[in-house]
Design a protein around this ligand. Structure first.
Ligand code: AMP
Ligand code: TRP
Length: 331
């Protein structure tokens, strides 16, 4: 039996921090065992906001190295712009998506504010407006059954299903599959510096723990994590809960249970908790960092591998486009 298809995309912006790792990448790696996985570094999406071309190119490859170091298989990984068919499918699908639907996308509104906040004279691109159609093209291109994403992408996935249905209605054939979201078990990881915020790249350096930071820096960041500000007797504070989350995410169940029992009888020292969390995170990132060093030492070979996997995956995209062109009267 054919394996079900999983597709996901990640933007080459910002660093790879623990939130992204536990919220997305770890799951990508895990899914490779049971599914036909296709993972995409979405550089066409990255140019929808003001950007620097040289930096973009660097970020794309850096992200590729990081994903490979985390355990993503090179055969599953491609760079979006190496498959220009995505833009052609995006055009066809954009003619099956209404202006009204796109106007309701909350990410467009958020990102418009971000563009204006950074520079009030910057323009908001049409690409930012049609961004969700490109995402629909990424997903439908490979007839993905499942799309591992965060909750923030729900609206885009719903739109993708609507576009798929409309396409099928126009061409009079059940051609595209309506994809479903796959959520990770790990809920939000919070910033250790400010547990009222989620861990994120855009909030600034101290608000995220980079998987590839020197281990001393990681330990320092965890040691200075905000825990309780006041009385310990009421419910667990967000900062302490986040540290426990991290322990759990690092699969340190035994220590997790021990420390939780200490917390419950009010004997837990937060310094001890932080040390355990730091040990667990370092144990997790150490082999990933070692793999990254090997990858960096073989950049040329790695680049060739990804170019070749992109070419192989492109064959699938070409086959879809041939069918789509003929179904839509465009060949
Ligand atoms: P972003 O960092 O917003 O580009 O998101 C990339 C992926 O990582 C998405 O699937 C997010 O849901 C996930 N992600 C990002 N930050 C966190 C976080 N702090 N906790 C859990 N998941 C996250
Ligand atoms: N929009 C997604 C994000 O901001 C990235 C993305 C682009 C994506 N194409 C995709 C995610 C296809 C899943 C499937 O995180």
């Amino acid at each position: 039996m054919n394996r079900k298809v999983v597709l996901s995309g990640i933007q080459p912006t910002g660093n790879l921090h623990l939130g992204r790792y536990f919220g997305a990448i770890e799951n990508w790696v895990h899914l490779q065992k049971d599914f036909d996985c296709v993972y995409c570094v979405v550089n066409y999406h990255a140019i929808t906001m003001p950007y620097n071309p040289v930096k973009l190119q660097e970020n794309v490859w850096e992200l590729v190295y990081n994903l490979l170091a985390c355990g993503v298989n090179h055969e599953s990984l491609f760079i979006q712009s190496k498959i220009p068919e995505h833009t052609e499918l995006c055009w066809i699908l954009s003619c099956m998506c209404s202006y009204g639907e796109l106007s309701r996308m909350t990410q467009f509104k958020d990102k418009t504010d971000q563009v204006k906040e950074k520079n009030k004279d910057a323009f908001v691109s049409c690409g930012l407006f049609t961004y969700p159609v490109l995402q629909a093209a990424d997903i439908l291109m490979y007839r993905a059954d499942y799309v591992p994403v965060g909750k923030d992408q729900d609206q885009h996935l719903e739109l993708t299903r609507n576009i798929a249905q409309r396409f099928n209605a126009v061409v009079g054939k059940d051609y595209f599959v309506a994809p479903e979201a796959l959520y990770t078990e790990t809920p939000k990881i919070l910033s250790t510096a400010d547990p009222s915020k989620k861990m994120s790249a855009s909030a600034g350096e101290k608000h995220n723990i980079d998987l590839f930071a020197p281990v001393d820096t990681i330990r320092k960041q965890i040691r200075s994590a905000v825990t309780d500000t006041g009385d310990r007797s009421d419910t667990m504070s967000a900062g302490v809960e986040n540290l426990f989350q991290l322990l759990k995410a690092c699969k340190q169940t035994v220590i997790y249970n021990e420390l939780l029992a200490e917390y419950n009888n009010q004997t837990l020292s937060y310094a001890v908790l932080k040390d355990h969390v730091a040990d667990a995170v370092i144990q997790l990132v150490q082999p990933i960092q070692d793999r990254k060093k090997e990858i960096i030492a073989n950049k040329k070979a790695v680049k060739d591998m990804i170019k070749s996997s992109s070419m192989n995956i492109r064959e699938r995209a070409i086959a879809t486009l041939n069918e789509v062109r003929s179904l839509t009267g465009l060949n």
